[in-house]
Each structure stands twice: as C-alpha cells, then as structure tokens.
Write a protein that binds this ligand. Structure first.
Ligand SMILES: [Zn+2]
Ligand SMILES: [Zn+2]
Length: 267
C-alpha cells in the first residue's frame, strides 16, 4: 500500500491510497484537470480509480467528486449521516454510483476501510483508517479537537495523515481574520493546531506510529517550517526524536507529495 497527497490545504484536498490492484482517492477537492494530470504523472489513469471516499461536504473536499463520477463512473462512498449534504454538491450523478457507509469496516478491492467521526463544523465529518493485511494507515483532517475516540481509531497506524492547520498565535495575531472566523477555527468544531497535532503524535508514537504527514495547513496562519519545528520541539521535550523515533513530513498545498510505501518499516 502506498499513500501520497495530491493536494492538501484549505483550498483543496485529495489523497491517493493505492497498490497494484486497488486505487482510491480520499476527497477530490481540486479541479478535475489537476486530478487527471497528477494521476497521470503517477502512471495511473483516472478511470482506474476504484472509489472516492468523501470526508465531508465542504468544497475544498468535494469540488470534483461529481465530475469524476460522471466522467469515469467512479464509485463514491459517503457517510450516511452526511449523505444528503454531500450528494447535494455533486450535481447530476447516477445514484447507483453512491455507496452509503456506516461506522463499520467495509472492503474496496484489497483494502479494508473504517470510517470514524471527527468533530468539525460540517453536517458530519469522517476520517478513515485503511488497512491492507496487517498494515494500517489513517487519514484525519478537518478536526476541531482530537477526541479519545479518534485516538483509538488512529492507534496502531504506521502512518497518519493528520491535520496541522494553524499556529494558534499566528491565527490570533492575523489582522486579516475577523474574530468570528478566528473563533470558528479555534473552536472544538474548527481545525487542529500544530500543538494539538503534536500531542496526538506523542500518544500515537506509543502505538507503533512511524510516519506522520502533516496536512491541511493554513496558508495564512501557518508555514511548513513553523509547523515542523513546533512539532519537533514539542516531541523533543517528550523524549521523542523526529527523524529517529518518528518521521514528520509536511504535505504540499498543491504539489504531489512524497510517496510513502507502507511496509513494516516505512520507506
Ligand atoms: Zn477542509
Ligand atoms: Zn471542512
């Protein structure tokens, strides 16, 4: 199983999880032409994508889901509680292509997928754990706070793509953000800060976590180096050495990221 971010920011999100026989996207929140070009750069035809797993109805996650479904007949998996809101954003699609999911594992090709709820200001937002044999990875972005329930879902993952949206002080000091927006982002249904991402990593390191991909960084209230250094320093103070005990990568907002090959030790 391999994992690569195709885009990750408040402006658009799309993650590819694939092996030889099974290829899935988590969200398709960038333009269709961009998805097609990035897949082709990875030697994957868009028609080979077996499914899109949608996290929630915000446009930075669903922008091209309907278009992919129409153009390539891609199946779309949506969580039952948010189905109406999500499907509304698709435009006209064949309803037989839409698969409703629940809080139970299901199979797509060679992967076992388990959705779990995360707190966010959408109708209902989910993260996903994806397993191939005994290897598990998890994806969780758009999270107000990391609940105990989320930690128990992420536990045992070799790799997590985890939101590290903002530096709290940088957000608070941002003169271009109205107070109402700051409060929304900082709330329990907003987005996850660098420090809260670091705290989750600290916990997960006790359960075999080898690789973190920090994702959904705000382009106004964070920088890749601030994100990386905040996490590295926090973990250092907890006796976890980034680069030795756990690796930390920052997803690019708009470029194809590092391709992670999930084997027992991650390459
Ligand atoms: Zn988002
Ligand atoms: Zn969102």
């Amino acid at each position: 199983m391999k994992v690569v971010t195709l885009a990750s920011s408040s402006k658009g999100n799309c993650i590819l999880v694939f092996n030889e026989n099974t290829k899935i996207l988590i969200d398709a929140g960038i333009k269709l032409a961009e998805i097609n070009a990035k897949l082709k750069a990875l030697n994957i035809e868009p028609g080979e994508i077996n499914a899109i797993l949608v996290t929630h109805e915000h446009s930075d996650h669903v922008k091209s889901v309907g278009a992919m479904c129409r153009k390539f007949g891609t199946r779309v998996y949506v969580f039952n509680e948010a189905k109406q809101e999500i499907v509304k954003t698709f435009g006209n699609v064949d309803e037989f292509k839409i698969v409703e999911t629940f809080l139970v594992p299901f199979q797509i090709g060679e992967f076992i997928i388990k959705p779990f709820k995360v707190p966010h200001d959408s109708k209902c937002c989910v993260g996903y754990s994806i397993s191939e044999n005994d290897k598990k990875i998890s994806i969780a972005t758009d999270i107000g706070f990391v609940s105990g329930e989320i930690l128990s879902e992420l536990k045992g993952s070799l790799l997590v793509v985890l939101e590290s949206n903002h530096d709290e002080q940088m957000l608070i000091d941002n003169p271009n953000y109205p107070a109402i927006l700051k409060n929304r982002i900082l709330s329990n249904h907003g987005h996850l800060s660098n420090i809260n991402c670091a705290k989750a990593i600290e916990y997960l390191c006790g359960f075999g976590l080898k690789q973190v991909v920090c994702a959904h960084l705000s382009e106004e209230n964070n920088t890749p180096s601030l994100c990386f250094n905040t996490i590295k320093k926090y973990l250092f103070n907890k006796n976890i050495i980034v680069g030795e005990n756990v690796k930390v990568d920052i997803a690019s907002p708009n470029k194809i990221g590092t391709i992670f090959n999930i084997v027992s030790s991650i390459n």
